[in-house]
Design a protein. Sequence first.
Length: 321
Amino acid sequence: MPTASPEAGGEAPRARPAARSRRPWSARDKRNLRLGLLFISPWLIGVTVFVAYPLVYSIIISLTRYSGMLAPIFVGFGNYVTLFTDPLIKTSSFNTLFYAGLAVPIGLVVAILLALAMNRNVREVAVYRTALYIPSLVPAFALSFIFVVFVNPQFGLFSLLNNALGRESVNLLGEPISAKIVIVLMLQLGAGNAALIFLAGLNNIPKTLYEAARVDGAGPLRQFWSITLPLLSPAILFNLITGISGALQVFTEAYVLTNGTGAPDNGTLFYMMYLYQNAFRYASLGYASAMAVVLFIVGMLLAGLVYWLSRRFVNYDTASG
């Protein structure tokens, strides 16, 4: 079949692009590669040793019955079957979700309020920022011991205030619900870390937006809902993800307050505490590893869900000031 020529109105055949020949690595390229690998080697070693290897090893151990002393015995998915029929798994999961449902939103609100206080244009703002941030530097272990004294039904500050008001002393750690609420409130002292992230977000909002809003007659509350909150949404998303991750792994505070028992009536038996008990008290490392794998999967699913939902409320567009 004859080929149409360009003069006859046909389209000229396209020439194939010449195959791009790969230039051989020079001595400089190899040197740059070695230097690059050397600079990122601490990160590569850290991820391999402390993230990848423990994760793979946990998955393998979760398929065995292993006490940590004798050789592991392969049981397949037996640990997972036991996990989904264990009544204490249901109790610990409920306690963890109940705690997360309170601690995460309350923590976000407290952190935003602290950030707004830190962002005030006053002369002593540096002192205020330091005072609001310092409690977050106190280790959770030490903070838990402080709260043990604070809520002590005999000589704690809360009991002394009740006695001064003519009321009877209340053992806040004696009821499952109140014990969880105590832990939720205690962790709000560490909201300074999230507040710093919100403070950075506040400083990134152009002042001209507030000036234009005031010209249009918008009050402080209207400015907060229409300007501050939407433009803080990326920081809210970050703190929401980290807050959920921390809430699912709550352990230290409950362990110190209840001496690792999960009292009262397993009301503070959080998922991580039950995992710890299986691993180090009952010497059931295979079962504990299965719990860890399930927790990892649940955490990833929740993070993916939050990221998917974030497309509806996170605003990454900030007008330049």
